[in-house]
Design a protein around this ligand. Structure first.
Ligand SMILES: C[S@@+](CC[C@H](N)C(=O)[O-])C[C@H]1O[C@@H](n2cnc3c(N)ncnc32)[C@H](O)[C@@H]1O
Length: 278
């Protein structure tokens, strides 16, 4: 399978200009196996010939590498820590320091559920808080289709399964069988396209200067080879404040510990930069 992999990587690069060698080998192999099964071919050689003869298959393979699944309040433990501990303390300390706003970045936002979940938590906090600071959420993704979906903020009933009735009532507008994110929430979330691997900018231009208090980079790192994971994490560390929190997916905790971040609560997938000894 490994030799097929390198032939496929070279072919896709020649044919489409996309360098899929950035993806982790085990992810690439699983995706290839799925395409081989889907096309009903009997050998890897047969699949390679099919790929070379069919532009559609090259496209299909590329598309199968783009995983955009997301959920509202995905990883309930992470969101519980944010709701009960991190956000209240962050809003209160920034308010006391007379700072302008809390700044959050959802760095691979897919169709927006992560960014809107965070906005709902901030909104609920402000409504009951004695430190009613403003907040801004920057939501970015490399995929223009996902960016468009996130901008629209329209979700079918099955996609809002994790949202409780009170939140559905307060922060969504029901339209036929869909739920649309309310204007109150939408006005706080700024969606744009941004490639975390691009060498052109260290933070999303829509954020102007970064300085984020919280960055979500969830369920993305594990698709990439270590070099690319590091490059994404290096980029993120350039645009966070000194005490910022970085949140990943549960299965990505090991990468963060390896990179030298400290986990704030056990098994939480919420990290801070490790403070250097003086
Ligand atoms: C599995 S989704 C994760 C969505 C959300 N963060 C979550 O955890 O529910 C991964 C997202 O990463 C985006 N992505 C992939 N490569 C990227 C890159 N280089 N820069 C920014 N986003 C990227 C994909 O388009 C996809 O929407």
């Amino acid at each position: 399978m490994e030799s097929l992999l390198s032939e496929v990587v070279s072919y896709v690069l020649r044919e489409s200009g996309d360098d899929i060698s950035k993806y982790d080998n085990s992810f690439l192999l699983k995706s290839l196996e799925k395409r081989i099964t889907a096309k009903g071919v009997h050998s890897k050689e047969e699949y390679l010939s099919l790929l070379i003869s069919s532009k559609e298959e090259c496209l299909a393979l590329n598309e199968s590498l783009s995983i955009c699944y997301s959920e509202f309040f995905r990883n309930s433990l992470t969101f519980a820590y944010l709701e009960k501990l991190i956000l209240p303390s962050l809003f209160s300390s920034k308010y006391k320091l007379k700072q302008k706003e809390v700044r959050i970045w959802s760095a691979a936002c897919a169709s927006g559920q992560e960014a809107y979940s965070l906005a709902i938590l901030c909104e609920e906090l402000i409504e009951t808080s004695t430190s009613p600071l403003s907040y801004r959420i920057i939501a970015t993704d490399i995929d223009p289709e996902q960016v468009e979906k996130a901008e629209k903020g329209v979700y079918s009933t099955d996609l809002v399964g994790n949202v409780n009735l009170k939140r559905l009532h307060n922060y969504f507008v029901k339209h036929g069988s869909n739920y649309i994110i309310s204007k109150q929430i939408k006005n706080r979330v700024f969606v744009s396209q941004f490639d975390l691997l691009s060498k052109d900018a260290y933070c999303p231009p829509s954020s102007i200067f970064g300085d984020f208090d919280i960055v979500f980079c969830c369920n993305l790192l594990f698709y990439f080879k270590p070099f690319y994971r590091k490059s994404i994490l290096k980029k993120i560390t350039k645009c966070i404040s000194a005490d910022a929190y970085l949140v990943t997916g549960e299965t990505e905790r090991a990468f963060m510990l390896e990179f030298g971040f400290t986990e704030v609560f056990p098994n939480s997938a919420i990290f801070q930069m490790t403070k250097k000894e003086k």
